[in-house]
Design a protein around this ligand. Structure first.
Ligand code: PLP
Length: 445
């Protein structure tokens, strides 16, 4: 029997087939929140309402929705070359984009490996780290160190080094040989800090204990998000990342920054590495790379790592890794156009300029009921609500739904409400977001 087609113009009349990710399918399908179009800073809901995008989609739509330059670039690329393999062949945009990216990556981190998502970028970075040590003749360096409350996507590598229990506990033993640094969040010491907390740099010293336990000769890499986003916006304490850099460098351990959220202006600089003045050996990117218009991720590697592969591996393929859609032409076109928009509209600077306004606005919610912390950095802010007894996350989810009903999309992680608007947001729209949040927080018990 032929199934009826659902066209783009019509609303779906059956929600059962799409198994939604990171979603309570049963709750959503009982009361869907469907987004049917978007322009600028607003989504349009299926019931015809304008929804302020307080989360840049999912931390990605930094340039705002429906930017004609990116839309046109993707359309034009579809007409010219919709696909070309990157295994033993290539298409020119891949090289042009890598060159353009190397213009904004930290000095000496000019080698770009493309993926299709942040999760793939994380697994790619971990694999490069392992292979790098091995081809240098230090193949015993296999241990990986992540951090509690880290989010590094959903591949087996990413959940192994990640530190969010619900993302790990269902999936067996994961990859072995992984340790976790303590997370840096401490309400007693840091609550209501504006920007970087002064307490917590010493937590990086835990790495020395891991080195003492395992010996550096067994440790390949440490991976952290410079600012942890998905786990509820954990801003790095002053000096913490510097300390991690010192210890990793001392022991020949590679330092990987996961910049899937922090890359491309979110903290007001090209990358978090620039903001904090700490250069890793490898870093991941995704989301803001194409502003979410087409999926794409990437890893930037220190030139010395790439050079080692070129000089030390025997002839032939140097890295047995890659994806069918590595350097997909549509993604490359979207990324090229997105980078151009960032530049022409000075959007990273705009994010930096808006940051004090966001800081003042969000901290003005300090005295609302159940608010136990507010934190911010760059164009990111978070409000932490006290968990309900026996129901952690319930208050946060209720806030998310009520905000949506009141015309604002936010991302929640447990009981933390995160705000990360597109960089084109106006100050008045930030104020509007706070107004909505204030009413929502007052309305939930
Ligand atoms: C720091 C970080 N790493 C990796 C990922 C995974 O990216 P993706 O969902 O594109 O696989 C995310 C997604 O939020 C992220 O925030």
């Amino acid at each position: 029997m032929n199934k009826p087609l659902t066209t783009a113009e019509s609303q779906p009349n059956d929600l059962s087939q799409f198994w939604m990710p990171f979603t309570s399918n049963r709750d959503f399908k009982a009361a869907p929140r469907m987004l049917v179009s978007a322009k600028g800073i607003h989504y349009k809901s299926h019931d015809g309402r304008d929804i302020l995008d307080g989360s840049a989609g999912l931390w990605c739509v930094n340039i705002g929705h429906g930017h004609p330059k990116v839309v046109e670039a993707v359309k034009a690329q579809t007409d010219t070359l919709e696909f070309a393999p990157s295994f033993q062949f290539a298409q020119p945009l891949a090289f042009e984009l890598a060159q353009k990216l190397s213009g904004i990556t930290p000095d000496g981190m000019d080698r770009i490996f493309y993926t299709n998502s942040g999760s793939e970028a994380v697994d790619t970075a971990l694999k490069i780290a392992l292979a790098y040590h091995r081809i240098r003749g230090e193949g015993t360096r296999t241990r990986l160190i992540g951090r509690e409350r880290g989010y590094h996507g959903v591949g087996f590598g990413g959940i192994s080094v990640g530190g969010m229990v619900a993302n790990r506990k269902f999936f067996g033993p994961l990859i072995n040989g992984v340790d976790h640094l303590p997370h840096t969040h401490n309400l007693a010491e840091q609550a209501f800090t504006k920007g970087q907390p002064t307490w917590g740099a010493h937590l990086a010293d835990e790495l020395e204990r891991m080195v003492a336990l395992h010996d550096a000769s067994n440790i390949a890499a440490v991976i952290v998000e410079p600012m942890a986003g998905s786990t509820g916006v954990l801003v790095p304490p002053e000096g913490y990342l510097q300390r991690l850099r010192e210890i990793t460098a001392k022991h020949g351990i590679l330092l990987i920054f996961d910049e899937v959220i922090t890359g491309f202006g979110r903290l007001g600089t090209n990358f978090a590495a620039d903001r904090f003045g700490v250069k890793p050996d490898l870093f991941t990117m995704a989301k803001g790379l194409t502003s979410g218009y087409v999926p794409m991720g990437a890893v930037a590697a220190d030139n010395k790592i790439y050079d080692t592969f070129m000089s030390e591996s025997p002839g032939g393929i140097e890295l047995f890794h890659g994806y069918t859609y590595t350097a997909h032409p549509l993604a490359c076109a979207a990324a090229m156009a997105t980078l151009q928009v960032y530049e022409e509209e000075s959007l990273f600077q705009r994010a930096a300029d808006l940051s004090p306004h966001l800081e003042d606005a969000i901290h003005s919610l300090k005295d609302l009921p159940n608010v136990i912390d507010i934190r911010n950095i760059g164009l990111v802010g978070a409000i932490e609500l006290a968990p309900r007894d026996g129901a952690p996350g319930a208050r946060g989810m209720e806030a998310c739904i009520k905000a949506y009903e009141a015309g604002l999309m936010v991302r929640v992680s447990g009981d933390v409400i995160a705000l990360s608007p597109p960089f084109i947001v106006e100050k008045s729209q930030i104020d509007e977001m706070m107004d909505i949040l204030s009413k929502v927080i007052k309305a939930i018990d």
